[in-house]
Design a protein around this ligand. Structure first.
Ligand code: COA
Length: 406
C-alpha cells in the first residue's frame, strides 16, 4: 500500500520541486539558474508543499500571499495557488487530493478567506471547491484597421523603459492603479521579479512602456513581446503580443493601445487576458478591426471561509435569499446563509436555493448570474422567487477581471 505524506518543503527542496513542476508542464527538465532565481523570489517559507510517496518527492503545490478585490471594493487576503504538479509516473494515486487538502487547511489556519488559481485544465479543480470566477479574452487588431475614432480618449505621454527601470517603477504603479474592479489582485515584489525576468535577461525579449497623464503622473503600463515570422520585413508578419496592460482609467488604457497600434513595422497587435468589457472596439473607427480570438477561463475562485467571504462583499438591492452551500471538501463551510443587501450570515432557515461551493465561487465576483447556473442545473431551486432576487443580489456594476497571471 502506498503512503502519501504532505509537508511544507525546506528551502533546500524548492529547486527539485520546481524542476518537478516544469517537467510536468512539458518544459525542459531543468531550467536555467537565472529563471530559477527569479521564480523562487515568489516563494514563501511554509507555503511550498511537497507530497511524498513512499518517502520520495512526487508532487508539489504552493501558494503566494496576495489579495483580491471583491464586489463593493473590499480587498481580502487571498492565496494565489500555483506550481501544482505531480510526477507523470505517480499521477492518479491521490497526491493532488492530499496536496489540496493540506493547502486549504493551511490557508484556513492563516485566516485567508479566499484562494484563487489559473487552471491548466478546467476539469481538475471544481472537485476541490474552485469555481470559474472571471473570464478574459484574447483580442486582435490588424494595423490596417488600427485608426481610432476622433472621440477616443487621448492621454499624455508614453515612454519606453528598460527592464531595470521597470522593476523599480511597475510594482508601485500597479499597486496604485490596480483597484476599482472585482477580481483585481495584488502583485508582490517577488511576483514582479519573476514576471520581468524576460525584460532583464534572455536578451530582453519583453518590452515595457509607461503612460503618464497630462500632469506627468505615471498612470498605466504595457508589457509586450514582438514576434517576427520571417527575417524579411517584406514578407514577414511582425506581431505585437501584449501580455499585460493596465491603466488607472480609460484614457490611460486607450493611450497605451494607441501607442501599440502605432508601432512601426507591426502588422497586428494581439493582447491576451483582456477584460470582456474593454471599450476598445468602440474606440476604433472600424470596429470590425477588433477581433476576439477566444474567451478564456481566467481566475478560479475558492471560498476557503464561506461565512467570512460572503460577509465581505456587497450585494444589490433585492429581497434577502437563503442559500444552502454544500462543501464536501471543507465541510465546516456547509450550511445555510441568508444573503441580502445588508450582508450575509449563517442561519438555520430552510433554503430557497442549494448549490455546491464551486458554484458559489463562480457567483462570488459577479461573472455569471445565478439564473444562468439554474438553467445549467448547477443550482437547485426550492423557491422560484429566489432566482431573480439572487440575480439582483449578486450582480456587479462592472464585470470582474483579474488580468494577472501567476
Ligand atoms: C493535474 C495533476 C496535478 C493531478 O494530480 P494527481 O495526483 O494525478 O491527481 P489525484 O490522483 O489526486 O486526482 C484527484 C482527482 O482529480 C481527478 N483528476 C486529476 N487530474 C485530472 C485531470 N487532468 N483532468 C480531470 N480530472 C483529473 C482524478 O481523476 C481524481 O478524481 P476522483 O476524485 O474522482 O478520484 C497532475 O496530473 C499533473 O501534474 N498534471 C500536469 C501539470 C498540471 O496540469 N498541473 C496543474 C497546474 S494548474
Amino acid at each position: 500500500m502506498t503512503d502519501v505524506h504532505v509537508r511544507p518543503l525546506a528551502e533546500s527542496e524548492y529547486r527539485p520541486s520546481f524542476d518537478l513542476f516544469v517537467t510536468a508542464l512539458h518544459e525542459p527538465q531543468r531550467v536555467g539558474d537565472d529563471r530559477w532565481r527569479r521564480s523562487v523570489a515568489r516563494y514563501e517559507p511554509g507555503r511550498v508543499l511537497g507530497a511524498f510517496l513512499d518517502g520520495e518527492l512526487a508532487g508539489t503545490a504552493l501558494s503566494l500571499p496576495s489579495t483580491l478585490e471583491v464586489p463593493g471594493g473590499a480587498v481580502l487576503p487571498a492565496a494565489a495557488v500555483t506550481g501544482v504538479a505531480v510526477r507523470a509516473d505517480r499521477t492518479r494515486r491521490g497526491l493532488l487530493r492530499e496536496l489540496m487538502r493540506a493547502q486549504l487547511a493551511d490557508l484556513r489556519e492563516r485566516g485567508e478567506p479566499l484562494a484563487m488559481l489559473h487552471a491548466s485544465e478546467t476539469r481538475i479543480y471544481p472537485r476541490f471547491g474552485y469555481g470559474l470566477g472571471t473570464r478574459s479574452q484574447r483580442a486582435r487588431v490588424a494595423r490596417t484597421h488600427a485608426e481610432l475614432r476622433p472621440d477616443a480618449p487621448v492621454g499624455g505621454q508614453v515612454r519606453l523603459v528598460d527592464g531595470i527601470a521597470a522593476e523599480k517603477l511597475l510594482p508601485e504603479l500597479y499597486a496604485r492603479i490596480g483597484t476599482g474592479r472585482p477580481g483585481l489582485m495584488a502583485r508582490s515584489d517577488g511576483w514582479w521579479t519573476t514576471r520581468l525576468g524576460a525584460a532583464v535577461e534572455n536578451g530582453g525579449t519583453l518590452r515595457v512602456a509607461v503612460h503618464s497623464d497630462e500632469s506627468g503622473t505615471d498612470d498605466g503600463f504595457a508589457l509586450w513581446e514582438p514576434s517576427k515570422a520571417d527575417h524579411q520585413f517584406g514578407d514577414g508578419a511582425v506581431q505585437i503580443q501584449v501580455s499585460d496592460l493596465h491603466g488607472a482609467d480609460d484614457t490611460a488604457v486607450a493611450s497605451l493601445w494607441r501607442f501599440l497600434l502605432g508601432l512601426d513595422l507591426a502588422t497586428s497587435v494581439i493582447a491576451v487576458d483582456r477584460p470582456l468589457d474593454e471599450p476598445m472596439p468602440w474606440w476604433l473607427a472600424d470596429r470590425r478591426g477588433y477581433g476576439v480570438d477566444r474567451v478564456d477561463d481566467d481566475l478560479w475562485v475558492r471560498l476557503v471561509d464561506v461565512p467570512a467571504a460572503l460577509a465581505a462583499r456587497s450585494y444589490g438591492a433585492a429581497a434577502a435569499v437563503v442559500v444552502e452551500v454544500r462543501d464536501a471538501f471543507l465541510p465546516q463551510n456547509s450550511g445555510a446563509y441568508r444573503i441580502g443587501p445588508g450582508g450575509a450570515e449563517p442561519v438555520a432557515d430552510a433554503p430557497q436555493l442549494s448549490l455546491d461551493v464551486d458554484v458559489l465561487g463562480s457567483l462570488y465576483l459577479g461573472d455569471v448570474a445565478p439564473s444562468t447556473l439554474v438553467a445549467a442545473n448547477r443550482i437547485d431551486v426550492h423557491d422560484p422567487a429566489a432566482v431573480p432576487a439572487a440575480d439582483a443580489l449578486f450582480a456587479t456594476p462592472r464585470l470582474p477581471w483579474c488580468g494577472t497571471g501567476f
